[in-house]
Design a protein around this ligand. Sequence first.
Ligand code: SF4
Ligand code: SF4
Length: 143
Amino acid sequence: MEFLKELNEEQVDAEVVRLNAIVEPQINCTSCGNCCKSLMVNITSEEADRAAKRLEVTREEFDERYVEKGSHELMILNQMPCHFLSNNACTIYEDRFAGCREFPALHLPQFTQRLFTVMMHYERCPIIFNVMEGLKTSTSFQS
Ligand code: SF4
Ligand code: SF4
């Protein structure tokens, strides 16, 4: 996929957005849930407060049970699959974290700078898989 970095970044972004708009409506995330089994989710303090309230636990309990703390106040969920996934559904859906809402983030700019992350999920996420296959065709990728 390194060849994508040679292309015009804005044109690649536009093509990914176009393909994503075609592919995404055809995929039923609730019958997949793969990202929730493999995503490293960063969370903010505000998001942790909101999730703790929803789960009716104190913030201290929430952090102790679900959060791994790194440097620079970085917080990530401490388990994969995610604690809050049940029967392929998110049990805190309305209060899920920004990283969950964004994924697979194909609508965001600077796609070619996120290729490593994208390719990590290529085989797990049908949206990414199909967009990447479409991108290969539309950019005339040969391999
Ligand atoms: S919080 Fe919900 S959407 Fe986010 S990874 Fe966990 S189960 Fe998935
Ligand atoms: S891995 Fe992709 S298709 Fe599956 S639930 Fe996550 S975003 Fe949807």
